[in-house]
Design a protein around this ligand. Structure first.
Ligand code: 1VU
Ligand SMILES: O=CC(=O)O
Ligand code: MG
Length: 372
């Protein structure tokens, strides 16, 4: 049966153009806790890129929304210049990955975005983020064009594709989008465009809303007197969509991300939104301002307490027989094969992050287990 992108299983991993690099069989788990957005046409932001390179996992040169229409060409040209001249940025050995967000597929700029960037800096570009993806057909279009451009430029490594989930149709098609190409690296939630497309009645860029709540039932005393206290609890507007994204990404072996949190002046709420996404399975979020990089780096790195606990569970099950099966009691709680698997997710993530973040390595290396 053909895949949603119309390719049979035997053709799925064939290059889509003669001379294009072989598609990857597995998407590498490269740390990407913060995808830091900058507008390459803004000289102040562009000037910050070299100093940010050692502090953030991904730098993304944004060409789409938030870049003025009369700056689109300047942003593209400046991105070429930045990628060519910044050491440590992009490519398999870069200390920060280099991504770009191209303009939407129905815009007058997108064709020039790809035909200019791939020949000029294709060897540095790790991931192309595609906004407003509606279905597998959008990924198929970008997939073929990238293959043609890679072949023409003589690139030896395929550029990966990341889709933003920010239309109702995109959400309806989320599974087929994730499985549309071996280039698919991941998905980000685009809460601002998604809210508009869904005709939600919000005006914010991500985050919660005080009106979206549940209220506790009225309480009555034994005398039948109605209590005055009826606490309310704000709910998460994005839970449903993030949960769908996480399942679709896990099913296809790719990575889910929370997107933008627009209230730069509210780092606490930003942290909460990022942490909800982390706990549900996301690996990172966007940073729109330098102050959000530290929040994402911290939230999307497992805590010392989580790693200590995870290692204790691994050690306890190992002591019992070494193959990770069976059940043990630890701190009054039952641990078995399934809780071990959860702990291994955290331990493996900590190892990947420690490999690129020496400070974190030091912190994780210093954790002592007290049970032995
Ligand atoms: C809504 C859906 C989406 O598509 S979200 C993704 C698209 N939006 C973006 O990419 C927004 C990126 N961020 C920004 O444009 C700016 O951070 C905004 C939010 C406008 C705030 O800028 P501004 O008022 O200059 O902030 P500030 O004075 O606190 O800045 C301090 C210094 O830092 C710089 N800065 C700011 N943002 C960035 C950034 N993203 N990357 C690199 N540098 C940044 C500022 O230029 C300023 O520099 P300096 O210290 O004056 O030299
Ligand atoms: O592009 C992001 C969004 O929230 O819209
Ligand atoms: Mg958007």
């Amino acid at each position: 049966m053909p895949s949603p992108a119309g390719r049979s299983a035997k053709d799925f991993f064939r290059p889509l153009a003669v001379g294009a690099p072989e598609p990857l069989r597995e998407i590498p788990a490269r740390p990407s806790r913060a995808i830091h957005f900058f507008d390459p046409s803004n000289p102040k932001m562009a000037a910050k890129v070299p100093q940010l390179t050692g502090t953030v996992d991904v730098l993304l040169g944004n060409l789409e929304d938030a870049v003025r229409a009369d700056n689109k060409v300047a942003a593209r040209e400046s991105l070429v210049q930045i990628a060519s001249s910044t050491s440590g940025l992009g490519g398999p050995d870069g200390s920060a990955q280099l991504w770009t967000r191209i303009n939407s597929l129905d815009s007058p700029w997108v064709l020039d975005d790809l035909t200019r960037l791939i020949p000029a800096i294709g060897d540095k570009l790790d991931v192309v983020m595609v906004p407003k993806v509606q279905g597998a057909e959008d990924i198929a279009y970008v997939d073929r064009l990238l293959a043609q451009l890679e072949a023409k430029a003589g690139l030896d490594r395929p550029i990966l594709v990341h889709a933003i989930l920010e239309t109702a149709r995109g959400v309806a098609n989320v599974e087929e989008i994730c499985g549309a190409s071996p280039r698919m690296q991941g998905l980000s939630l685009g809460p601002a465009d998604l809210a508009a497309d869904r005709r939600m009645k919000t005006t914010r860029v991500g985050g919660g809303h005080p009106g979206y709540l549940v209220r506790q039932d009225p309480t009555t005393t034994s005398d039948g007197v109605l209590g005055q206290e009826r606490p309310t609890y704000q709910q998460d507007l994005w839970h449903y969509t993030i949960a769908r994204m996480v399942d679709a990404c896990a099913m296809h072996g790719i990575y889910p991300y929370y997107g933008p949190f627009g209230d730069i002046s509210d780092p606490l709420a930003c942290e909460d939104q990022f942490r909800n996404a982390f706990l549900l399975g996301c690996v990172g979020a966007w940073s729109l301002h330098p102050s959000q990089i530290e929040i994402a780096n911290r939230v999307f790195s497992p805590s010392v307490e989580d790693i200590r606990h995870a290692r204790r569970v691994v050690a306890a099950l190992n002591r019992q027989g070494g193959d990770g099966t069976g059940a043990v009691m630890l701190d009054g709680k039952m641990e078995d094969d399934a809780s071990l698997k959860q702990c291994l997710v955290l331990v493996e993530l900590a190892e990947q992050l420690a490999a690129v973040d020496p400070k974190l390595k030091e912190i994780y290396d210093a954790i002592e287990l007290t049970d032995e």
